[in-house]
Design a protein around this ligand. Sequence first.
Ligand code: HEC
Ligand code: HEC
Ligand code: HEC
Ligand code: HEC
Ligand code: HEC
Length: 339
Amino acid sequence: MNLKRGHLGVVGVGLGLFGCVLLIFAANFTLHAENEDRRVTEAYQGFQDGKCQSCHPAIWREWENSMHAKAWVNEIYQAAAQHIPDRETKCDQCHAPQPILMTGIGKMPKLRGRQREAGVSCLVCHLDAEGAMNGPAASAETYFHANVTNPIYILPTALCATCHGQESVPEHDQVSSFLESEFADGNASCATCHMPIVKRLQSTTSHESIKGRKHTWRGSRSVTQLKRAATLQLQYTSGKVDVKLHSRTGHILPGGTLRSIVLEIVFLAPDGTERQKQHITISAENENRLLPNETRVYTFDTAAAKTGNTIRVRLIYQLTSDTPESRRILMAEKTHIIP
Ligand code: HEC
Ligand code: HEC
Ligand code: HEC
Ligand code: HEC
Ligand code: HEC
């Protein structure tokens, strides 16, 4: 009896200890999870209160002027999404996403509940589930957030592809044509053309300047970027002119499906009056976009042009079909006077 009771007692103590360990483990786990949630909440609050801006003023200014900051408030976007009945699952998740390190690089992003007006914010690209900031190797620590060195930022094409290369959303895909081109060879990435390298203090509390990248993401609204996108060459032989168009863009051109590029050819009389005008529109709608590095030759009949006339060829970029003539951008121009 005694022995049995003693034995039971030992079992009882053992079970009690096990329970305690379980309890401590569970408590620890909840505490850890609460800490993570607290850090994530603090990051959102800090973003809202201007903390990221005060320690990273240069990066903030660049981002603020980029289309990533406007991905939600952009009127062109809102006008288009308005007509989509299930926009919350079809559209909004990329224009105001949750941090992609939480939903998974390459996975379809999820719609964010808060701060939608901040579009593709700093947190979308940098915040992980532990509340830390991921990026390339940092030169300093800060009390405000933990720094995590993560190799995906060095050549960030996979990061960009989370929104710019979803297989189910071909209208917003710049990544697949890039990957199939020689632009993807070596150390090139989407950042090569859209996030120029800059050496600077990466925060107001850093001690040394290190190499980083500008957060400008200049695209189709930048005249400089558009002038780099393609080249034109004219070759005149009596009766016709060959217009050689060469794309220098790292992906399909134009990159967006709302955009169009007009190749315009005009014969001008010596006094400048237009004698004849022809044009070709290059767009997703016409299914004739240019691949990276593609050279295409268009031949025009010049029988109507006379000696002394000027043949003028232009490439003109149009953001949307509503863009007025005054706001279209001249990408390239070449002229030839008929001898
Ligand atoms: C008190 C100042 C301070 C605040 C506030 C702050 N940061 Fe930082 N942050 C730093 C410092 C210092 C570094 C390291 C910079 C360096 O490498 O020189 C850094 C690095 C980073 C990095 C790169 C991390 C890495 O390992 O590559 C990211 C991303 C970042 N911060 C984003 C943010 C965001 C987003 C916010 C707002 C939620 C924010 N920071 C708020 C000081 C701050
Ligand atoms: C979380 C989603 C997301 C990620 C990740 C993302 N983008 Fe974007 N990006 C967008 C959206 C949405 C827009 C469109 C904003 C608009 O025009 O309303 C955009 C627009 C752009 C533009 C067009 C700017 C303009 O003025 O025409 C460029 C260039 C760009 N992104 C490059 C990049 C690069 C490079 C990366 C990777 C470093 C990247 N993006 C990562 C969602 C994302
Ligand atoms: C997989 C992420 C993703 C989804 C889903 C998505 N978009 Fe986008 N959207 C982008 C990216 C990235 C860009 C910028 C690149 C481009 O234009 O291809 C963009 C750009 C746009 C633009 C161009 C804005 C401008 O500056 O002219 C419009 C309009 C737009 N999206 C509307 C929509 C609509 C409507 C839906 C739903 C039917 C939708 N998007 C779904 C990622 C997405
Ligand atoms: C569309 C994704 C994206 C967004 C939005 C974004 N970043 Fe970055 N960020 C990157 C990438 C990619 C790098 C790596 C650049 C490199 O190779 O140096 C980076 C690097 C950094 C670094 C390290 C220094 C550097 O340039 O390498 C800091 C600090 C940083 N980001 C802060 C911010 C802050 C603050 C914001 C918001 C104002 C922000 N980022 C918004 C993609 C993003
Ligand atoms: C070799 C340089 C180069 C590389 C590499 C490059 N781009 Fe571009 N990108 C351009 C040029 C030039 C334009 C302007 C022409 C245009 O609108 O397509 C542009 C435009 C864009 C636009 C704006 C499209 C629109 O309709 O508004 C987006 C979005 C974009 N790029 C995303 C990316 C992404 C994502 C990658 C990586 C897969 C990438 N780019 C790689 C040169 C490049």
